[in-house]
Write a protein that binds this ligand. Sequence first.
Ligand code: SF4
Ligand code: SF4
Length: 389
Amino acid sequence: MNSGKTGADPFAAREVGAALSEKIREISEGCARCGACRKECAFLRKYGTPGEIADAYDPVDDLSLSMVFECSLCRLCAAVCPAKLNPAEMFLEMRRERMRRDPRPFPEHRGLLAYEKTGNSKLFACYALPTGCDTVFFTGCALPGTRPEQTFQLYRKMQRAIPGLGVVMECCNKISHDLGRQVHFQAVFEKMRTCLVSRGVKKIIAACPNCYRMFDEYGRGLSVITAYEVLAEHAGSETLPGNQIIAVHDPCGLRFKEQAQAAVRRLVTRQGAQIEELRHSGRRTSCCGEGGGVRCLSPELAGHWGKEIREEAKGRRILTYCAGCANSLNGLTPTSHIVDFVCDPEATLAGRAKVSKPPVTYLNRLILKWRFRKAMDAHVIRNRGRVTV
Ligand code: SF4
Ligand code: SF4
């Protein structure tokens, strides 16, 4: 019998994109609900196993649409899953579904998006490509802001081995990527990629694990390596006084990149320090709490990750190779960036490495851009310009 009600077709309203539909099916059918990932993750302890979340997903329900923004997208669940599932891929597709249905970002994410927009602006972005340059150092945003001198020294150390090394200062747009703004991300990243490829660039040396991931996944025609692998090939060694024991925090962006993890450890031990590993390291590293913009919507879940790392460090100084991780963890337990350590190991271990905070970070980026342009004065220099989508 026809009830006579009118309005939107309830079945059509529940239709989701093909990629999400496939991920939900894969997780729903493949997840054994064993709980191995739940033991590691406070988000899953709050909402259930990935299989349960897949089964309960309802795209017309506000909670289903918003709760996935509390997942860090860190992929620890994928690293521990005996069924070799990657629930983070499903959660990212769920974020994209939310943005497909309502492209307005959450108000809590406005600050992050403004930060990204600044990195893409004509004022802050810089393409310094020497004639014949086929390799560029992609600085990311956080490292040049917090550590301009160390970033410049890192460039100089690599330039000794790669004389024609160029520099690109721009945001990789992983913020938009992780917030599910896929249309925007693809347009902006593709414009950057096309610009680099058309200028003859073939290889990206990334300082930031997030930039590395974006080029690794989307940089068609561009190979990518971390700055730490390049540095480990060329750095000298010195012996530190005393028996210096530190811990290494692997950023989740490089969770499955064993070569980068090994290179950082080589840089540490070559300087004479010893490493006592955290319980969660390498493939099983923890999120620092900054992943996926979780802190904006759920400071409690974000804080949970950092506290776990602090407990594992037991007071040892942590060295990491992501400026975001370093900033986040240093508020909880002594943490430095590996570039601090490479540039001045003694000052770093004594907690005296120079690290700037906002708003000075913005000024630092402008000054560093000027330094790079000056250092490559005789070469091709251009701004890529702003992209509006
Ligand atoms: S990606 Fe990280 S935060 Fe998200 S469910 Fe997996 S382990 Fe938890
Ligand atoms: S570890 Fe894998 S199989 Fe077990 S609950 Fe998590 S996703 Fe499911």
